[in-house]
Design a protein around this ligand. Structure first.
Ligand code: NI
Length: 164
C-alpha cells in the first residue's frame, strides 16, 4: 500500500466534482486501501478521493477510538437528514484551521461497499458530521464554504499565515 499526497487549499483541484464509480475493480480496491493508509497516517478520521486527486465518488472514514472500524463508502448519497448539530471541524486539506459548522444531526446514507453490495447506514454525532464533510469534498466543497463570508475570510487569512 502507498501513502498518497493530500491536496491542500488553495489547490483548485479540490473543487472538482467526482464521478460515479461504475465498476469496483482492482484499481478502486487499491485506491480504497491507499486512502485508508493515508487517512490513518495523517492522522485523520475521514478522507475523500478528491483530496488525493482521484475524482471518483469514494470516501473512507473511521471515527473509532481504536482506529479499527474503517468504512469505505462508494457512490454515497445522503437520503435523509434530521436535526441540527454544530461541531468544530478541521480538514486534512485545510491544515491548521478549525471552525464550527452547522450540519444535520442524524443522516441516512446509502452507498455501495467494496463488494458492490448496496448498503444503508444510519449515523449521528461525529460519524454523521464526518460523512457529511467527506461527501461535500466529492462535490468540490470544503468546510470553509459553509461559513459566513467574514468568517471564511478570516480563516483564509489564517491559512495563508500558517502555510507561509
Ligand atoms: Ni476535509
Amino acid at each position: 500500500m502507498t501513502q498518497l499526497n493530500i491536496l491542500t487549499l488553495p489547490d483548485s483541484r479540490l473543487k472538482t466534482v467526482a464521478k460515479p464509480i461504475e465498476a469496483i475493480d482492482a484499481s478502486i480496491k487499491l485506491l480504497a486501501a491507499d486512502m485508508l493508509e493515508t487517512m490513518y497516517a495523517a492522522p485523520g478520521i475521514g478522507l475523500a478521493a478528491t483530496q488525493v486527486n482521484h475524482h471518483v465518488q469514494m470516501v473512507v472514514v473511521d471515527v473509532s477510538e481504536e482506529k479499527d472500524q474503517p468504512l469505505v463508502l462508494i457512490n454515497p448519497e445522503i437520503i435523509e437528514k434530521t436535526g441540527v448539530q454544530v461541531h468544530e471541524e478541521g480538514c486534512l486539506s485545510v491544515p491548521g484551521i478549525y471552525a464550527k459548522v452547522k450540519r444535520a444531526n442524524e443522516i441516512v446514507v446509502k452507498y455501495q461497499d467494496l463488494a458492490g453490495q448496496q448498503q444503508e447506514l444510519v449515523a449521528d454525532g461525529l460519524l454523521a458530521v464526518c460523512i457529511q464533510h467527506e461527501l461535500d469534498h466529492l462535490k468540490g466543497i470544503v468546510f470553509l464554504d459553509h461559513l459566513s463570508v467574514l468568517k471564511r475570510k478570516l480563516a483564509i487569512k489564517k491559512l495563508a499565515k500558517f502555510s507561509g
